[in-house]
Ligand binder design. Structure first.
Ligand SMILES: [Ca+2]
Ligand SMILES: [Ca+2]
Ligand SMILES: [Ca+2]
Length: 276
């Protein structure tokens, strides 16, 4: 009999017709009571107000540790003519450091459990329900509060980057709007650092180039007066590079120092060019 009474009570909770007018404050959202008289829910704790997360700021700052030798192939750094040995030991193949700052704001109910902010390093289109390259956790975020997160890219690949940030991609925080959690895109143009030096030499005379004290895998090229690559030295790792030969024509010869792949460092290399 007690079971039947309990069932009747439970039924009356979810069907307004059973108990008549239950009042406008009852939203039909009542928990399903167990059949036994469990009064714990009689106080009817209101459903928590959903959170509302958005990315309110997303920006990038770029810092390249430049040296005095940042020309390109067309504007090589001219050292001089024959009869000398030139030593450069303050040049670098400089990494570019990108610092992305993300601000997440909660304009809804309090967030009391952790959620992640994703960072997408380079994507041509806005990410959609996918995880980023890296992420940071925000442990909690009260109503009206903002949190700032920094993502560092210490050696960005040269080229054009389009980056994004997104809050709570895994949907662990219920929100009033689940579709406004992706930032706008932020663009960064990362210049490649190739160091090009030039010397003048006359036909029939030697030219010797040594690249050493390498902090990363750098390679070396010799470009002739007509713009052709005459020789290349590309050993693996931090092994030194060297080129030596007799030039075939009068003219300006370019020596090109560049990082193999993503090899870069703020530590200088040593380049010795002998033009006897
Ligand atoms: Ca949202
Ligand atoms: Ca440089
Ligand atoms: Ca090398």
């Amino acid at each position: 009999m007690r079971v039947l009474v309990g069932l009747c009570l439970a039924f009356s909770f979810v069907t307004a017709g059973c108990v008549g007018n239950v009042g406008t404050s009852q939203t039909g959202d009542q928990p399903d009571d167990p059949p036994q008289g469990d009064d714990d829910d009689d106080g009817s704790t209101p459903a928590p107000e959903p959170a509302q997360l958005t990315i309110t700021r997303f920006e990038v700052a770029s810092a390249a540790s430049t040296d005095d030798y940042e020309p390109n192939d067309a504007t090589a750094f001219y050292l001089g003519g024959y009869g000398f040995e030139y030593t450069i030991d303050d040049a670098t193949i400089a990494p570019t450091h990108l610092t992305y700052t993300v601000e997440v704001t909660n304009s809804g109910g309090p967030v009391t459990s952790p959620f992640n902010v994703e960072f997408f390093r380079n994507s041509p289109v806005a990410p959609s329900n996918q995880l980023g390259d890296v992420r940071e956790e925000i442990p909690a975020l009260g109503t009206g509060e903002s949190a700032e997160i920094v993502f560092d890219v210490t050696n960005a690949d040269p080229g054009a980057l389009q980056s994004w940030a997104a809050a709570d991609v895994s949907n662990v925080i219920p929100e009033t709007d689940e579709n406004d959690n992706v930032s706008t895109a932020v663009a960064a143009a990362v210049a490649d650092d190739v160091d090009v030096f030039s010397v003048f030499q006359t036909a029939g005379y030697p030219l010797t180039i040594g690249l050493s004290q390498l902090p990363a895998n750098y390679d070396l090229e010799l470009i002739g007066p007509s713009g052709n690559v005459l020789a290349r030295s590309a050993n693996t790792g931090t092994s030194s590079e060297s080129l030596s030969g007799t030039v075939g024509a009068d003219g300006t010869y370019k020596i090109r120092v560049y990082g193999n792949g993503s090899a870069r460092s703020a530590t200088p290399y040593r380049l010795v060019i002998t033009v006897p």
